[in-house]
Design a protein around this ligand. Structure first.
Ligand code: SF4
Ligand code: SF4
Ligand code: SF4
Length: 369
């Protein structure tokens, strides 16, 4: 059977930007690696699969679709090429077929290393809200990539990784594994319960929903975690999380479902004191949650009416429409702070005290207040 090689640039999770970086900065080497692999396979056609909304990087034969952690699976690729949702097929003897051709997959990261003279890891390092790629030879200790001095926690490998303490970075080395794909640093001010709740929301959103353990498990975990920063958690919630996460690891169908519970379990283990404080005492050691006096507001002179914040609020407390100054309904706001980072204009702020600035009382067009 003829072979079709798909370069999947849609596998990166929300913590990783290496595929886009390689297409932007190392395209010739990536193309050389793809050509080499196509030659090894005897592939007669190459397709680049890019996430929706991404630019085409001047590539030919491009397909667009949903980014997903399962998009390194040939069956998931075929599903998307056919216009279906990405769903993996894990079976040794399974051959993914598209238009009469057997489908093989390569990522830009693997392609680069097939062609380059030195094996290089392109690690996404996120710190203080901004991300950059650090390119280092395989084998480089991760504390030489980012020492995370003074930080509280580090998430290695994003959705499929695990939390570690900064001092443990030296125990890990750069390679082609998921753990060294990204290093996300959380400073001493971070509440690890809020951080974990946000991670579990992203985990749920990235489940492909094929198998019940991952589909229902991500939703159940997200629901439990959402309650914690707002004081709604119940006795036994932490034990429940500790019970279900290992079951999902064992029973989930594909590597995504088998790995994401590690982030939750590592957070529960490393930051047990913070989780206990939130569930048993309804207090937040980092001083982020349960700030009854804190008020979240949208500064009318900064809001551009883009609407990005609306989906960040699980309590539907943000009201607005395109090109109108958005407003927070203080009766509905649960003071979780999730919306703050969704606003690139830094228009959403936590007002700690003092006289509030003048705020619109009704929806007002941007520039008219
Ligand atoms: S484990 Fe999750 S991502 Fe993998 S097939 Fe099941 S639902 Fe999909
Ligand atoms: S508050 Fe920020 S994110 Fe929300 S609409 Fe205004 S500018 Fe956009
Ligand atoms: S702080 Fe922001 S995200 Fe949280 S409930 Fe209030 S408006 Fe919604």
């Amino acid at each position: 059977m003829e072979k079709l090689l798909v370069c999947s640039c849609a596998v990166n999770d929300p913590y990783t930007i290496s595929s886009a970086y390689l297409l932007e900065n190392e395209l010739d080497t990536v193309k050389a690696g793809i050509k080499k692999y196509a030659g090894m396979l005897g592939a007669s056609e190459i397709i680049y699969f890019l996430p929706e909304g991404s630019k085409d990087f001047g590539l030919e034969n491009v397909a667009y679709g949903q980014a997903s952690p399962v998009m390194d699976n040939p069956y998931a690729i075929v599903q998307q090429l056919k216009g279906n949702l990405p769903r993996p097929m894990i079976q040794d003897d399974y051959v993914a077929e598209y238009e009469g051709k057997e489908v093989a997959v390569i990522t830009p990261e693997v392609a680069y290393n097939l062609a380059a003279s030195q094996k290089t890891a392109f690690i996404t390092v996120t710190k203080g809200g901004s991300s950059e790629i650090k390119a280092v030879p395989f084998g480089t200790k991760l504390n030489e990539v980012e020492d995370a001095a003074g930080a509280k926690a580090v998430l290695l490998g994003g959705l499929r990784g695990k939390f570690i303490l900064p001092a443990s970075l030296a125990d890990y080395a750069a390679g082609d594994d998921i753990l060294s794909s990204s290093i996300t640093v959380f400073g001493p001010e971070a509440c690890m319960v809020v951080v974990t709740a946000d991670l579990m929301t992203k985990t749920w959103m990235n489940s492909c929903n094929k198998c019940v353990l991952c589909r229902d498990g991500t939703f159940q975990v997200k629901t439990i975690m959402d309650d914690m920063p707002v004081g709604k958690s119940k006795a036994g919630d932490i034990d429940l999380l500790k019970d279900i996460a290992p079951l999902i690891k064992i029973g989930a169908y594909c590597p995504y479902g088998q790995n994401w519970p590690n982030t939750l379990l590592s957070a529960l283990e490393l930051f047990a004191g913070e989780f206990d404080a939130h569930t048993k005492k309804k207090s937040c050691p980092a001083g982020v949650c349960f700030q009854a006096g804190a008020t979240y507001i949208i500064l009318p002179d900064k809001c551009t009416g883009c609407g990005d914040c609306v989906d960040a609020c699980d309590y539907t407390a943000i009201e607005g429409k395109k090109k109108f100054i958005h407003m927070i309904d203080q009766d509905m706001c649960e003071h979780c702070g999730e919306c703050v980072s969704s606003c690139e204009e830094e228009a959403i702020v936590k007002w700690e005290g003092g006289k509030l600035p003048k705020l619109p009382k009704k929806l007002t067009k941007v520039g008219k207040f």
